[in-house]
Design a binder for this molecule. Structure first.
Ligand code: KIV
Length: 271
């Protein structure tokens, strides 16, 4: 029976095994209990409490301003909605860059809040932290390519790894992260061929976002794929619904009904 058909809880070893079994890993983001429950009931394998909450929930322009305290609130909220999926917490900017000690403490706080793994962005600079976290039993998901916490270094959210030198560096860092013990690797906005080469070179699964179809799994920001966050639409996002449009219509209908005295009706009132 495939991991998808099993009703049991998805664990880190299950996610690793899915690559060996050739089963695609499905992952989406959640930031609150309601969205988490809907995702979990739909059978998604991995739920990431992404620092994308900074942009799609808190309204910031980048992921940089979100704090540990705010991310802990999101992780606790999501925990209450998830029963089956693997719950991964994204370590926000400055929660792991200052020292390995701070990184371990903050990752530990996420596990105490109910996460089962953490995600860190970057390659060579995070290797000492990844080794320590894995030694202490904290599973780590890596993240290479367009890493949004480095937006000011990149200058824009452009494709990474087109330049052969950068592609070589990304391939090397993917191997280093695997050796350091990560259980999966997010590849964001890199060319299809590079994502395929990295995927083929690793035993652990890759999870792509804007990295083409050859990754072992896919992740999207839920608010993007639902058409709920409609400020802009990256090319790699497929919209499975147009919720922002539906919500604007519902709000407009309510406002019209109240203004015209058509809400509430007798049936919606008490004697
Ligand atoms: O913060 C996030 O949502 C992410 C995913 C897009 C991978 O890092």
């Amino acid at each position: 029976m495939s991991v998808h058909e099993q009703k049991k809880k998805i664990t880190v070893p299950d996610v690793i095994q899915m690559k060996a079994l050739g089963q695609k890993i499905t992952a989406l983001t959640a930031y609150d209990a309601l969205m988490a429950r809907l995702l979990d009931e739909s059978g998604v394998d991995v739920i990431l409490v992404g620092d994308s909450a900074a942009m799609v929930v808190a309204g910031y322009e980048t992921t940089l301003p979100i704090t540990m305290a705010e991310m802990l609130y999101h992780v606790r909220s999501v925990r209450r909605g998830v029963r089956r999926a693997l719950l991964v917490a994204d370590m926000p900017f400055l929660s792991y860059q200052i020292s390995v000690e701070e990184g371990i403490r903050n990752a530990g706080l996420f596990l105490q809040a109910g996460a089962e793994a953490v995600k860190v962005e970057g390659g060579r600079p995070v290797i000492p932290l990844v080794e320590k976290l894995v030694d202490f039993g904290i599973p780590v998901m890596g993240h290479l390519g367009l890493i949004p916490q480095s937006i000011h270094k990149f200058g824009s959210y452009k494709l990474q790894g087109k330049d052969p030198a950068i592609a070589k560096k990304l391939k090397k860092e993917a191997r280093m992260l695997e050796e350091a013990g990560i259980f999966s690797l997010v590849l964001e906005k890199i060319p299809v061929q590079l994502a395929q080469e990295i995927t083929d070179s690793l035993r652990i699964p890759t999870i792509g976002i804007g990295a083409g179809p050859h990754c072992d799994g896919q992740i999207l920001v839920s608010h993007d794929m639902l058409g709920l966050f409609d400020k802009f639409k990256p090319r790699f996002v497929r919209r499975y619904a147009e919720l922002a449009h539906i919500m604007r219509q519902a709000f407009a209908n309510y406002i019209r009904d109240v203004r015209h005295g058509e809400f509430p009706s007798e049936a919606e009132s008490f004697e």
